[in-house]
Design a binder for this molecule. Structure first.
Ligand code: AGP
Length: 575
């Protein structure tokens, strides 16, 4: 996964303007970056540094998450053709690049990188020998199999050409400039008007505007749409990391969502409930943290007798039976996760009805859904999803409430605030397990999804091997790994005797247990995190917040690069 940004402006701008936009996409990839300003290509390995003087009116840039070829300067984008007359940046994977490259090499092209992306600039260079640019781009789209959002510049010209299939691409327009990027966050401080690319579209972008074409060169009307993002502070300012800042924003995010569901998004929310009541089958589709939120929702709904199933999107087509009476509800922070998009495509082919909840307005998942609601959690900069999870879980609880789940959501934000005030105590606990190599998180029923989510956060941020599992499964094998001193976080809901007995089981084998619990009888135990609520729906959410803080403080103690953990991406548009 990578991020791309291009700007065409009436007034000159410096590279730092381009890189400032790119920095907002750093969550999409951050092993190397580069830009082209019409004169020279600059590439660097490492995090984006917002610097660069020389003025230009047109430029393209790229932040990379390596897939084809190691993390090196030659592999960083942009990639130039042999005579540097064509320069391109690309997000996606060109599956047939080896075939295309072979043909181009036979025609005399010399490649400078190991990437699949470099074929784009050579292909265009070759095509321009005989055809105009628009036909060359149409040929390019026909020839590539795979996914792409690519920006192309021709030497000496002030246009940017864009092509897209499956990888996200959006265009923003302000008075003086046109900007094209992987998502609207890249330019949400510059404009509130955007045009969204559909698959197999080509755009010609200039400072004065844009023109869209389909693969046959026919003009496509593309109206601008207004978008409204919550103002996001550009800097994490008072907080050491975005992750902590975003956890602390959870109460506000929850309040905003619940207010919106009762006011501006009420018609959509009512429609969702109506569709759920009518559907013969309800299936959730999501990945990672969003999957854990949907699993929590599946539990809430089962408690009130609503049959439903939740599937990890990458396995969706293998386990889902979708038909015309099936409602498929996708949960995604980014709205761009390729596995979720694939499941929705599959569900649509089977005749299912698509609905979604996303945090990024106008994202691909939102646009492909018949009905889509906004999570309104505000931008998540940290790769580890925290406030989006809490808002997703609150949304699930709100849905379950419609079906009879008893919960007072009015004080949920306050309860989260109360827990956040305990963060120094939680830091102390996290620092005790930070040196561990392996750790287990156990839960049952309501607390099983929470255990999975806490373990994911710990793995992702602290790089401690953490397994989140059903307490009941311990005895079927995993208990063999519990030895003297193994930390086990146990998420204990009130008087659930089963999880209490699982906790005793691991203690009997020498585990150091860390209870997160709303059971007052356990609060006095060493390392216990007391969660004050007797509603188990809210307990699930609050326990996850305690786990997020544990993951954060353990990682901080270990000096991990918290906002950008290695090997994991925020939204997995990996193709
Ligand atoms: C969570 O911390 C991760 N970054 C990851 O599991 C994420 O939740 C997953 O990739 C799904 O992303 P989405 O919500 O944007 O679809």
């Amino acid at each position: 996964m990578c991020g791309i940004v291009g700007i065409a402006s009436r007034t000159p701008f410096s590279a730092s303007m381009l890189l400032g936009r790119l920095k907002r996409l750093e969550y999409r990839g951050y092993d190397s970056f580069g830009y082209y300003d019409g004169r020279e290509i600059k590439k660097h390995v490492g995090n984006i540094r917002v610097e660069g003087r020389g003025l230009t009116r047109t430029g393209i840039s790229h932040t990379r998450w390596a897939t084809h070829g190691g993390v090196t300067e030659p592999n960083a984008h942009p990639h130039a053709a042999c005579d540097r007359s064509v320069v391109a940046v690309h997000n996606g994977i060109i599956e047939n690049f080896e075939d295309l490259k072979r043909v181009l090499v036979r025609k005399g092209h010399r490649f400078a990188s190991e990437t699949d992306s470099e074929v784009i600039s050579h292909f265009v260079e070759e095509g321009l020998k005989t055809k105009p640019i628009r036909s060359v781009l149409a040929d390019l789209m026909k020839s590539i199999s795979g996914t792409f959002a690519a920006l192309i510049m021709l030497e000496g010209r002030n246009e940017i050409y864009a092509v897209k299939r499956d990888s996200p691409l959006v265009l923003g327009v302000s008075k003086d400039l046109t900007v094209v990027a992987s998502d609207i966050y890249a330019f949400s401080d510059l404009t509130t008007e955007a045009a969204f690319f559909e698959n197999d579209e080509i755009a010609e972008i200039t400072a004065g505007g844009y023109a869209f074409f389909d693969g046959r060169g026919r003009a496509v009307a593309k109206p601008l749409r207004k978008f409204d993002l919550q103002p996001e502070p550009a800097l994490r300012r008072a907080h050491k990391h975005y992750m902590l800042k975003e956890i602390l924003e959870e109460p506000a995010a929850v309040d905003r969502l619940l207010f919106s569901l009762a006011n501006d998004q009420k018609p959509e929310f009512d429609e969702l409930i109506r569709l759920m009541r009518r559907a013969k089958k309800i299936i959730f589709a999501s990945c990672g943290t969003s999957y854990h939120a949907s699993l929590l929702g599946a539990y809430f709904l089962h408690r009130v007798g609503v049959e439903n199933q939740t599937l990890i999107a990458s396995e969706f087509r293998h386990f889902a039976n979708v038909d015309r009476d099936t409602l498929v509800l996708a949960l995604s922070q980014s709205g761009e996760t390729m596995d979720v998009i694939d499941s929705l495509n599959y569900a649509r082919e089977c005749g299912g009805r698509l609905v979604s909840l996303v945090n990024v307005p106008y994202s691909t998942i939102q646009r492909m859904s018949g009905l889509s609601l906004n999570l309104l959690a505000g931008q998540e900069v940290c790769v580890a999803s925290t406030k989006a999870f809490v808002s997703q879980a609150a949304f699930m609880l709100r849905i379950a409430q419609e079906f009879g789940f008893r919960v007072n959501l009015a004080n949920l934000a306050d309860r989260i605030r109360g827990l956040l005030r305990k963060r120094e105590q939680i830091r102390g606990i996290a620092e005790t397990f930070a040196p561990a190599r392996d750790l287990y998180v156990i839960g049952r029923g309501l607390t099983y999804p929470v255990a999975r989510e806490i373990a994911l956060k710990i793995k992702e941020i602290s790089y401690i091997h953490a397994e989140g599992m059903m307490g009941g499964e311990l005895k079927h094998g995993t208990i063999a790994l519990i030895e003297k001193g193994t930390p086990v976080i146990s998420v204990i809901n009130t008087n659930d005797p089963d999880i209490i007995s699982n906790t005793k089981e691991v203690e009997a084998r020498g585990a150091v247990t860390i209870p997160i619990t709303n059971n007052p009888a356990v609060w006095r135990r060493p390392r216990a995190v007391a969660v004050r609520t007797d509603n188990d729906g809210k307990f699930g959410i609050l326990a996850a917040v305690a786990g997020q803080l544990m993951a954060y403080y353990a990682a901080d103690k270990l000096g991990r690069p918290i906002d950008k953990p290695r090997n994991l991406a925020k939204s997995v548009t990996v193709k």
